[in-house]
Structures are given as structure tokens and as C-alpha cells.
Design a protein around this ligand. Structure first.
Ligand code: ZN
Length: 295
């Protein structure tokens, strides 16, 4: 298969990135970052999450953010952990919902406090509610490439969950390397395996950079036929339940790589760097992204 000449970037800094930040970022400032991202051409974003404000105080303004954010230029996706979150997302008129589950029992327990079986039962209800309200839904499978508690994750376990998501109406499945445990060989193998069983389902990759291997993993995913990648402005992010979890790949670094390869992202690199500079100013600490921001 010839590698694609065009890829889609799903920006996750506002959710996956900010949720690991200690200081609450006021809604006004989040809106300014979203505006800068929009000016740089971002078309799809995980804008926030309807989770318990006690669990993730950084995202406590989800409803307010969704009521104030400009609509039309960007597809605003929100992450929901359960039915309550999905109901709030529907009321907030989000463009798309993303539901998540872990591929390992131990991580699912740590992340949402229940077994994979119980989570799947809940998510089936979530999907059916979303369908009823005609809200498109995608699914993300955390720790698809390795679990910090359990170690290896079986391909069959990932496929089983992906299959369920698709049966319930997910229009896309994202495989997440939540704690940066994957290798390029494993990425190729997993993608090939899932694609061979679910050939018509668009797959995305969500990669963390704990061991510095994420860019190589992203490239392996690209060669395996993936055209949608989650990245985070400035490379911010982590996982609140995993100590020392490193950030996502920086949007600007990934865009640099693809554009230099002649693969279109539809994004404006100087505009992304300006957005990263703004984010750095707001967060008041250096960001892990490598592209020179001039600061
Ligand atoms: Zn993540």
C-alpha cells in the first residue's frame, strides 16, 4: 500500500494536555488558545471532557467552554467516561463524543474504578443514547500497546473492544499508547492485525512519548496506513493515574515532519508555533515540544 499524501491531525492539548497541568487555566485563556489553533488551520480537536470536576478539576468548565467556543471552523469532540458525561455532552451540543476504555483490566480499574466488562456494559448504554440523539461517536482504547501495571496487552483484547465499539456505532477507533510502551514493530503488527479484521473502520493513533519512541511509532503507523493522529500543542499532556507519564507528541513537531516529507496536514506551522508560544505564556513553564518557538 502506498503511504497517504495527506493526514489529519486531531489536536488534544485542551483536554489530554491541560488535564495534567497543576494550575487551572481560565476558560477565557482556553478560548484564546482554541482561537489561535483555529487560525493555524486545526479542524478537529478534543476540546474538553465531561468528567467529575473532583477527578479532573482542570476540566471543570467543560459546559461553559462548550457554550462559549466558536462553532463552525472546528469539529469539537469531547471525551466522556460514562452516561452522565454523555448526557452533559448532548446538552452542550458537542459535534462528536469520544468514549474510552482500557485494554487492560488493571489500568481500567485504576482509571475508572471498574472491570472492562462493567465498563463495556456502561459504554453500550452511552453509545445507544448518543445514537438516539444523532451525535457521532468514536472510541479510544487506552493502553493498547502495553500496560504499566499488567505489562503486555494481547492484540485479541484490543480487537475485541474495537469490534464492540464498531458494533455499537463508533465511526472511528483510536488506539492509544497511553504510557509510551509501544515500539514501531508492535505498532505495525497491531495496526495490521486490527485492519485485517476491521478493514472498513478508520483507525487513529494516540501516542505518548515516555521513552522518546513516539515519533518513530507515529511514522510506523503512517507507513501501516494510518492517516489520523492525535497530537498536542507544545507536547503537553500525560496521564493523571500514571506517575511520570510523559506528554503527547507536539502538534508542531509532527506537522514539521509530515510537511517536510511532502505529506499535507492542512496546517500552518508558523501559526501553530504562535499558538504554542501563547500556550507557553499561559502555562508559565517551558513546553516539551521541540520546534523552536523563539522564546
Ligand atoms: Zn493521552
Amino acid at each position: 500500500m502506498a503511504a497517504a499524501r495527506q493526514v489529519t491531525i486531531r489536536e488534544v492539548a485542551l483536554r489530554d494536555g491541560l488535564q495534567s497541568e497543576r494550575e487551572f487555566v481560565p476558560t477565557e485563556k482556553k478560548l484564546a488558545v482554541i482561537d489561535a489553533l483555529s487560525q493555524a488551520g486545526i479542524q478537529c480537536m478534543e476540546t474538553t471532557s465531561f468528567v467529575s470536576p473532583r477527578a479532573i478539576p482542570q476540566l471543570q468548565d467543560a459546559a461553559e467552554l462548550m457554550s462559549r467556543v466558536a462553532r463552525g471552523n472546528i469539529i469539537h469532540e469531547v471525551l466522556v467516561p460514562n452516561l452522565k458525561g454523555a448526557q452533559k455532552a448532548i446538552v452542550s451540543n458537542v459535534d462528536r463524543v469520544v468514549v474510552f476504555i482500557s485494554a487492560s483490566e488493571a489500568h481500567n480499574q485504576a482509571n475508572v474504578g471498574c472491570s472492562i466488562g462493567d465498563s463495556l456494559a456502561d459504554l453500550q448504554t452511552v453509545y445507544s443514547l448518543l445514537k438516539q440523539h444523532q451525535v457521532p461517536a468514536a472510541g479510544i482504547i487506552a493502553v493498547s500497546f502495553g500496560c504499566p501495571y499488567q505489562g503486555r496487552v494481547q492484540k485479541t483484547d484490543v480487537l475485541k473492544i474495537a469490534q464492540r465499539f464498531v458494533d455499537w456505532g463508533a465511526d472511528r477507533v483510536m488506539l492509544a499508547d497511553t504510557t509510551g510502551m509501544a515500539s514501531p514493530a508492535q505498532i505495525s503488527e497491531m495496526i495490521g492485525y486490527v485492519q485485517s479484521h476491521l478493514p472498513d473502520v478508520p483507525l487513529g493513533l494516540h501516542l505518548h512519548n515516555n521513552r522518546g519512541v513516539a515519533m518513530a511509532n507515529l511514522y510506523a503507523g503512517y507507513l501501516a496506513g494510518i492517516t489520523q493522529f492525535d497530537t498536542s500543542l507544545g507536547g503537553i499532556g500525560g496521564c493523571p493515574n500514571v506517575p511520570l507519564a510523559a506528554g503527547n507528541l507536539a502538534t508542531e513537531d509532527v506537522v514539521f515532519m509530515f510537511e517536510e516529507m511532502g505529506v499535507a496536514t492542512g496546517l500552518d506551522l508558523p501559526g501553530l508555533i504562535r499558538a504554542a508560544q501563547l500556550l507557553e505564556k499561559i502555562l508559565q513553564h517551558p513546553l516539551p515540544g521541540r520546534s523552536p518557538t523563539g522564546s
